[in-house]
Design a protein around this ligand. Structure first.
Ligand code: NAP
Length: 262
């Protein structure tokens, strides 16, 4: 069973990040948002942003219990330990969550190396998390969204899914698949009142980039037209926009400082 952390927060009406009182809706019109990979990085920034807007949050994460608990405590979200690649675990998590208005498929893993070096197991794991994980979560959330004839799904791809990156062939392939899946689902689910969009972040300072050498990060910054690298909050803002844009579906919103302009 997904290990449920009981993170009911006494201070739900106060945004811990900003220390300001928030005008929250009453329980009936509060939106429920599920964010996979919400324990760290972009996902955690999105959890904070949605919480600040009065949403009821659910954080799905794989193994970093401490980080997930900290985000949950801070935002009043509920944290569920659940490997998105595990179809049965995902179904159990969504049985616990019940109905969701917004699903953010953000959980992801990367791999750096030559195509000849990545092992079949590593290749399959990347697809299992980055692509099958979205399939599992969409399938689990869909019955409720179809019943309500409403919902928003935001998938987190990458600029490498748009243009490909040398030494990141598997990662690029998974993120390209996320874009195609997003566009197909937008067409399939639009008539049912469900919108599906994607964000394609550029280089965002998170744990995912921790192993990239500082001089490489500096080179990437210099190659970026804005002269900056992205923050998790930059990506979270784009996610929140797409979650709440009634006439936008099937789109890819690039958050990359102009590094890739398609
Ligand atoms: P991160 O800091 O490494 O955080 C990854 C998150 O995903 C963590 O919450 C982790 O949970 C969760 N996760 C990983 N595998 C999982 C699994 N099998 N089941 C459930 N949760 C899982 O990464 P990030 O940089 O925020 O990236 C978030 C998304 O943005 C990813 O899809 C990534 O590919 C994409 N992206 C990132 C960048 C960038 O430069 N950072 C650029 C483009 C796209 P635990 O804490 O439990 O490990």
């Amino acid at each position: 069973n997904p290990a449920e952390d009981n993170n009911t927060c006494a201070g739900r009406a106060v945004c811990a990040a900003h220390g300001t009182a928030l005008s929250r809706g009453n329980g009936a019109n509060m939106k429920t948002v599920v964010i996979t990979g919400g324990s760290r990085g972009i996902g955690a920034a999105a959890v904070r942003l949605f919480a600040g807007r009065g949403a009821r949050g659910w954080v799905l994460y794989e193994k970093n219990h401490e980080a997930a608990r900290a985000v949950a405590r801070e935002t009043g979200a509920q944290a569920l330990c659940c490997d998105v690649a595990d179809e049965a675990a995902v179904q159990r998590a969504f049985d616990t969550i019940g109905s969701a208005d917004i699903l953010v498929n953000n959980a992801g893993v990367c791999h750096y190396g030559l195509i000849s070096q990545i092992t079949p197991a590593e290749w399959r794991r990347l697809f299992a998390v980055n692509v099958d994980g979205i399939y599992n979560c969409v399938r689990a959330v869909l019955p409720q969204m179809l019943q309500k004839q409403s919902g928003a799904i935001v998938n987190v791809s990458s600029m490498w899914g748009q243009v490909g990156a040398s030494c990141e062939a598997a990662y690029s392939a998974t993120k390209g698949a996320v874009l195609a899946l997003t566009k197909a689902l937008a067409q399939e689910l639009g008539p049912s009142g469900i919108r599906v969009n994607a964000v394609a972040p550029g280089v965002i300072r998170t744990d995912m980039c921790a192993s990239v050498a500082p001089e490489v990060m500096e080179e990437l910054r210099q190659q970026t037209p804005t002269g900056t690298l992205g923050t998790p909050e930059d990506a979270a803002q784009a996610i929140a926009y797409l979650a709440d844009a009634p006439f936008v579906t099937g789109q890819v919103l690039a958050v990359n400082g102009g590094f890739v302009i398609t």
